[in-house]
Design a protein around this ligand. Structure first.
Ligand code: SF4
Length: 392
């Protein structure tokens, strides 16, 4: 690991900015992202985010095509705080004419602010936010309680209906494989989303991360263990139901109607550069990755001293090939053999085909238009298949 040098300049034409908002109202039991439930330093942290944007403006040459507010919980920011960030970006970066600007929002925030001012969604529109990603996770009280989400089932529905009055481009997150979630309840969750006419779904299997409350509860027998077989069944249901409804499963966990695929995530899967701002945020410039310290106090202090609180790792050709295999196999486009040959060399393309032989024979992989793609049969196994194709 090394410190970022001034020479590590992102020089592609278009790039994305990711801004990490490290605050949450309460800790969801399954979550291992970086966040604090104390909002005391929110003002200081926003000022530090703006300062980091300024400090790193010369790291980038090109046009900002996407801006993504992730977290944590970006919907905890006031309109004034968001405005402060947008002003800093527009003063210091060249932004495309119609960038995709996504903000992750939690239902309880959207409704509580709405009740006070009745204008949160309008404010978001005025600020230029073009896409909302709403953390619904489930429409059922039992699931929301088990995961310790801050909203209830009624708020989940109300928030989507309210958001739809102002936004067309809405994505919702749903979680499957939750202990106690039957196939019927998962189908019902999907039906509710589909009947609401939400144009994009991001659906994730519940994973049990170390050092989370969920892990402790499972270890103590308070919550039943997550059943992989059930998660697999839920994934099969998800693929079937969304396909019937005309959604495109363009990445393992992402399902969108035409015109509603996430530009931010697609750029990430295609290996385009992005600048990650805020504590714990990661950046990628095509050659190296860097990541900021996952600690709000250390982050604020370091930025105040004009020192980037980051570490960097140069990626070897083998690392980049492995990353491309991992992300490429999760996408509908698959892994392009001509791209492997042109970017990594003939030796890598030949190695890839050789490693893929058994999976092609077993029909877990298919070769189509010179690209390797996972078949329907291989979809749920794509991470394991990818590791067989890695350069070790
Ligand atoms: S709201 Fe999101 S980031 Fe915050 S604890 Fe819950 S899952 Fe984690």
């Amino acid at each position: 690991m090394e410190n970022i040098s001034e020479n590590d300049v992102i020089s592609n034409k278009g790039f994305g900015i990711y801004i990490h908002i490290p605050f949450c109202k309460q800790a969801c039991h399954y979550c291992d992202f970086h966040f604090s439930t104390s909002l005391k330093k929110k003002g200081e942290l926003i000022a530090a985010l703006c300062q980091e944007l300024i400090l790193r403006k010369d790291e980038v040459q090109g046009i900002v095509e996407t801006i993504y507010f992730g977290g944590g919980t970006p919907s905890l920011l006031s309109s004034e705080e968001l405005e402060q960030i947008f002003e800093t970006i527009s003063k210091n970066y060249e932004v495309s004419e119609s960038p995709e600007i996504t903000l992750e929002a939690n239902p309880d925030d959207m409704l509580s602010v709405h009740a006070q001012s009745r204008t949160i969604f309008e404010n978001y529109k005025t600020l230029g936010i073009s896409r909302l990603s709403i953390g619904i996770q489930s429409f059922f009280e039992e699931d929301l309680k088990l995961m310790n989400r801050a909203h209830n089932a009624t708020e989940a529905l109300d928030c989507i209906k309210e958001a739809q009055k102002y936004f067309e481009n809405i994505s919702i997150d749903l979680i499957y494989g939750i202990p106690g979630m039957s196939n019927e309840r998962w189908i019902e969750n999907l039906n509710i989303a589909l009947n609401l006419n939400v144009p994009h779904l991001s659906c994730y299997a519940l994973t049990v991360e170390p050092r989370t409350a969920l892990k402790k509860f499972i270890d103590k027998g308070i919550v039943p263990a997550v059943d992989e077989e059930v998660a697999k069944q839920h994934y099969e249901i998800l693929v079937d139901e969304t396909e019937k409804a005309g959604f495109d499963n363009y990445e393992f966990s992402n399902f969108g109607r035409e015109g509603f695929h996430s530009k931010n995530n697609t750029a990430y899967w295609e290996g385009k550069p992005y600048l990650g701002i805020g504590p714990s945020a990661h950046s990628y410039n095509g050659k190296s990755r860097s990541w900021n310290v996952a600690n709000n106090t250390k982050y604020i202090k370091s930025i105040a001293e004009e020192i980037l609180p980051s570490e960097m790792e140069n990626l070897s050709k083998e690392d980049r090939y492995n990353e491309y295999i991992m992300t490429g196999l999760r996408t509908k486009k698959g892994v392009s053999l001509p791209k492997v040959e042109s970017e990594y060399g003939k030796e890598f393309a030949e190695y890839l085909l050789k490693q893929a032989e058994d999976h092609l024979h077993n029909q877990l992989l298919i070769l189509e238009n010179q690209s390797l793609k996972v078949s329907r049969k291989g979809k749920f196994l794509s991470d394991g298949i990818a590791s067989d194709l890695f350069w070790i």
